[in-house]
Design a protein around this ligand. Structure first.
Ligand code: ZN
Length: 411
């Protein structure tokens, strides 16, 4: 996004404030806020990685007196020490204001009934959806994840109109609702889907099976949580609430700014956070900046729907594979459903790629034809030789959290 004198001043304030915490005091020992006079100066500031935040455990990020902290959240990651993010009451309020704005952008009003399935707890998801909906004045149904049968019963009895979920859980609910034959009792009209990269086929299935309009909501625990951006009726990327944050799109390999409109990693600097301000935080989410004005009229800049994570990109036989590319290739083959998994193994000195995909087609011959079509499609589009294996609908695992598509079993 564009840099202005006003944003530079906010960034200097943010850095000054961040250095009150033990972590950034040390991390920025040799940098003074006054040194950041231009965009180029700002781009010289070292990135903050999630790994770095682990060193701040437990309260090293805290930039205010610990008495002012009203809540903590935590993100776990795959290994070791969690990251603790402390929030002041203003941080909690600001987050709810942003989230309310998300609901409003999605056309949700105080007459709506918001069914919340993301988890409550140290993770930021559930409580963020909750606080934003309460601030809006809508009725909330704080379900949390799990117990799909009870979810559907509550959805019918409470006449839920808005579903908040991850894409994989929304799909699971849609499938269960169809199985139970209760779609005519469901009152859902909109669904806010957590910021997971998900393909067009999956989107169409959820929208048509539930009969809802879908919105992508963006966010991460380190930067408030979900709700820092959302897609709109313009259906062209996600608006980012840039009064609270500054973002950059960088080339994940070089760390330099990605050329306008090209895919890169989104890096975020907070502009108003008190408890745990962050500078140039690497999200590892891949997207690109969208230019021009949005047809919905919102003045906030937009990033594209997430393409994947820079750490999900896998190199096999010299070819980069990432989930959105696999989505696109599979979408070209008729009869292949939205759900698939890619297994990468190393056998007899060679990398073997196997794609398991779901299909409603049952006959063995027809499945064989479909497998050959998938195989040819990958060869044709990215020059990669794979093995393809058709499985039945619902055979691949569904997750209540984010679904994993690529399993690299080589190491
Ligand atoms: Zn818009």
């Amino acid at each position: 996004m564009e840099m202005t004198e006003q944003i530079l001043a906010k960034i200097r304030d943010n850095m000054r404030h961040a250095k009150r915490g033990a972590f950034y005091k040390k991390y920025f020992e040799s940098i003074e806020p006054e040194d950041i006079k231009t965009l180029e100066d700002f781009q010289q500031i070292p990135f903050t990685e999630k790994e770095d935040l682990r060193d701040a455990y437990p309260m090293g990020l805290c930039a205010v007196s610990e008495d002012e902290i009203v809540r903590i959240h935590s993100s776990s990651g795959t290994t070791g020490t969690p990251v603790i993010i402390p929030y002041t009451s203003k941080d909690v309020e600001d987050w709810a204001i942003m989230f309310k704005r998300c609901y409003e952008t999605a056309g949700v009003t105080r007459s709506d009934r918001v069914h919340i399935t993301p988890g409550y707890g140290l993770w930021t998801a559930g409580i963020g959806f909750q606080a934003g909906a309460e601030l809006l004045g809508a009725m909330t149904i704080p379900m949390g994840p799990g117990n799909t049968d009870k979810q559907i019963t509550m959805m019918i009895d409470m006449k839920s109109t808005v579903l908040c979920a991850t894409s994989s859980y929304a799909l699971l609910l849609a499938e269960k609702i169809t199985q139970r034959g209760v779609l005519d009792k469901i009152r859902l009209r909109r669904s806010l889907i957590g910021s997971e990269r998900w393909g067009e086929k999956m989107r169409r299935r959820i929208a048509s099976e539930l009969g809802v309009k879908l919105y992508d909501i963006y966010g991460l625990t380190e930067i408030y949580g979900p709700g820092i951006g959302i897609s709109c009726d313009g259906e062209c990327g996600m608006h980012m609430w840039t009064d609270y944050l500054y973002y950059e799109i960088i080339n994940p390999k070089t760390g330099r700014p990605a050329p306008q409109g090209e895919v890169g990693e989104i890096v975020i600097t907070t502009l108003a956070k008190e408890g745990a301000p962050l500078m140039r935080y690497r999200t590892h989410d891949l997207t690109r900046e969208l230019s021009g004005e949005c047809s919905c009229g919102l003045p906030y800049p937009r990033i594209d729907t997430l393409i994947g994570r820079s750490d999900d990109m896998v190199k096999v036989k010299g070819t980069m594979i990432y989930p959105s590319r696999a989505d696109e290739i599979l979408a070209l083959v008729d009869g292949v459903s939205s759900e698939y998994q890619i297994m990468i193994d190393h056998m007899n000195g060679k990398d073997i790629v196997t794609i398991f995909f779901e299909t409603a087609i049952a006959g063995e011959n027809d499945r064989g034809t479909l497998e050959r079509a998938v195989k040819e499609s990958f060869k044709d589009k990215i020059g990669l030789t794979i093995m393809a294996k058709a499985v039945g609908m619902g055979d691949l695992p569904r997750s209540e959290k984010k679904s994993t598509r690529i399993f690299d079993n080589r190491y």
